[in-house]
Each structure stands twice: as structure tokens, then as C-alpha cells.
Design a protein around this ligand. Sequence first.
Ligand code: 5GP
Length: 202
Amino acid sequence: MRGKKTRGQLIVLSGPSGVGKSTVISELLHEREDIYFSVSFTTRGPRVGEADGVNYNFVTREIFEAMIAGDELLEYAQYVGNYYGTSLKLIEEKLAAGVDVLLDIEVQGAAKVRQKCPDACFIFIIPPSFEELSRRLHGRNTDGEDVIAGRLEKAREEYRQIPNYDYLVVNDKVSQAAAEIIAILTAESCRTKNRMNLVEGV
Ligand code: 5GP
């Protein structure tokens, strides 16, 4: 059918732990209800306020390793001692149905997606400063000092991957960060290659 979008856009969002990605994502999904957020699988335990099947699918190491062995994951990575991964089947179904899919994944996983899905849109989100990141991680009040130190160190490593991303968003104000991401996605959807189904007479 002319005008019908054929395949959904895969959107990859990365950024250091504590940058406020979840809050920005909530705001984004509120504005763009048509986007499907891929709920990852992880072996880490739930934080206060997190629900199974909503923030993550919380699973044991045994189950996660069985998913790896069964080739069920688009990508996975170990991050500060835990596994995190994306179910291939679910997102493939959504993309095939023309639905845009959002992944919140760290840089190693994003690198794997870049190899497998070069047409995906890669967005990196940073805090206004490292001091602010440290403040936000402490303010979360859920992780111990050693975990926070590990996450800050990890953030420094992750920053080296920023040049591999298509877009950089600074999360100073959540509404502004979400608005920038919406603008990016609008621009992506207007790319010629994504609009050829609208062109007549060729
Ligand atoms: P957190 O423990 O703070 O929820 O997440 C830690 C990191 O894991 C974040 O950078 C987050 O983006 C990343 N992450 C969450 N889900 C996935 C996933 O499915 N795959 C990968 N590679 N990283 C993920």
C-alpha cells in the first residue's frame, strides 16, 4: 500500500548509568506512544521501584546463559558483573510490523547492533558534567560506594565510544533531552531512503 511504512526504525540509546536515561525514555514514550520499548533481560537484581517485565525481565544466570546458547539474543554484554541482553524475536516482530523499536543498551551491545543492523539510529546521551553524574548516582541511594565507583569508571570508558554514535544529546533538562530525541527521530523518518514509498512517478 502506498504511504505505508514498510519496516520500523531501530533506535539505539546509550549513555552512562545514572545519566537519567530511564526518565528521558519515559518522557519520550509519553510523547511518542507508537514507539515500542524493548524490555531487556538482565541477571542484576531489581532496584527499588523496578518491576519485572516493565523495567527489565529479571532472570538467573542459568536462564541467561541458556538464552545465549539458544541464540535468542540480538546482542548481550556483561556490565559491572551482570549480563544484559536484547531478545531478538520480540524486536524483529515489531520491526517487521513497521513499529519503531527503542533499545536502551550499553556501548558493547550497541557495537554488536551496529554490525548487525547498520541502518539503526545510534544516540548517545551524556550528563552536563562528570560531577553531575556522580551526584546523580549518589542521589539514587541504591548502590554502594564500590558499585558507584565502578559505574563512574565505566562511564569514562563508554565516552570513548561517542564518535561511533550518530547523535549526542545532553541531559541537562529531561524535557529538552526528550525533545531533541523526538527531533532526531523525525529527521530520521524524513530520510529519502525511508520515504521512497511516498514517491510517485519513478
Ligand atoms: P542499569 O543496571 O543501570 O539498569 O543498566 C546498566 C547498563 O546496562 C546501562 O548502560 C543500560 O543501558 C545497559 N543495558 C540495559 N539493557 C541492556 C541490554 O539489553 N543490552 C546491553 N548490551 N546493555 C543493556
